[in-house]
Design a protein around this ligand. Structure first.
Ligand code: ZN
Length: 256
């Protein structure tokens, strides 16, 4: 075990209340590409980033039809399963140290690994659910995909006829204010903040890092690339999340 991992593990041992922020890096081992890293989807294909903008989604029915068709065919994130990184955070919860698990990911892999849904804040929403852009209607993604498979190219809201979209926060959409408040509160109340697999470049959730430090928490950053918040960190680790995170949080070595 390296010195940095030992230091981070000691901070976890000493902590009573840990808030975790996860980004795309924790899910890449599950086969979900990250977006902003050197090999990221948007780094290599800026047009894909444009397509995820809410204005394009609303104004371009063809874009929506293609999107629903790809989802219905299972082309987006088929068969993804949680990895050792997700499982390590379940161990942290089992040690009764987890305050809140804030994630920028929309894959629900934390919940599927076994993290309590009550402790997970999905700051950018989830692709496993669908919402109406005009009213409060929502349902599971599979319910809407069944309509697509039955022949509806661009299914509309059963309540108001509005445009449906996966319940993720697209560019140009506001965050759920309640989710953001929970994330900020968790940052201010913890005594250790773990930032895992996030470039910490996305506003405003990245600001929870400095909120935690200003409130007196220790900070561990585990990410492949440098982040704008590295100077705030007590420990910075750049190794593989799936290898390192179980050691940091004291998880049993995974057999799967
Ligand atoms: Zn509606």
């Amino acid at each position: 075990m390296s010195d940095l991992i030992r230091q981070a593990a000691a901070l976890v041992d000493e902590a009573r209340s840990v808030t975790v922020l996860t980004g795309a890096g924790i899910s890449t081992d599950s086969g979900i590409p990250d977006f902003r890293g050197p090999q990221g989807v948007w780094t290599k294909d800026p047009a894909a980033e444009k397509a995820s903008n809410i204005r394009h989604y609303v104004s371009d029915p063809e874009l929506r039809r293609r999107n629903w068709e790809r989802r219905a065919r299972g082309e987006l994130w088929r068969d993804v399963v949680p990895n050792n990184g997700h499982r390590a955070l379940v161990s942290l919860e089992a040690r009764l140290k987890l305050h809140t698990l804030v994630t920028q990911n929309v894959d629900e892999l934390h919940q599927r690994a076994g993290s309590s849904p009550d402790l997970v804040v999905e700051i950018h929403g989830t692709t496993r659910k669908v919402g109406c852009l005009s009213c409060d209607w929502g349902d599971d993604m599979e319910v809407v995909l069944a309509r697509v498979r039955a022949g509806e190219a661009d299914p509309d809201c059963p309540q108001c006829g509005g445009i449906l979209k996966s319940a993720t926060v697209s560019f140009g959409q506001s965050l759920d204010p309640q989710a953001l408040r929970r994330a900020e509160k968790a940052a201010k109340e913890c005594d250790l903040f773990l930032a895992i697999g996030s470039s910490l470049s996305v506003y405003p959730i990245n600001e929870t890092v400095s909120m935690a430090k200003i409130a007196g928490a220790k900070l561990v950053i585990l990410n492949a690339e440098p982040t704008p918040y590295d100077r705030w960190a007590d420990v910075i680790i750049r190794d593989s999340i799936g290898d390192v995170l179980p050691q940091i949080v004291g998880a049993e070595p995974a057999t799967a």
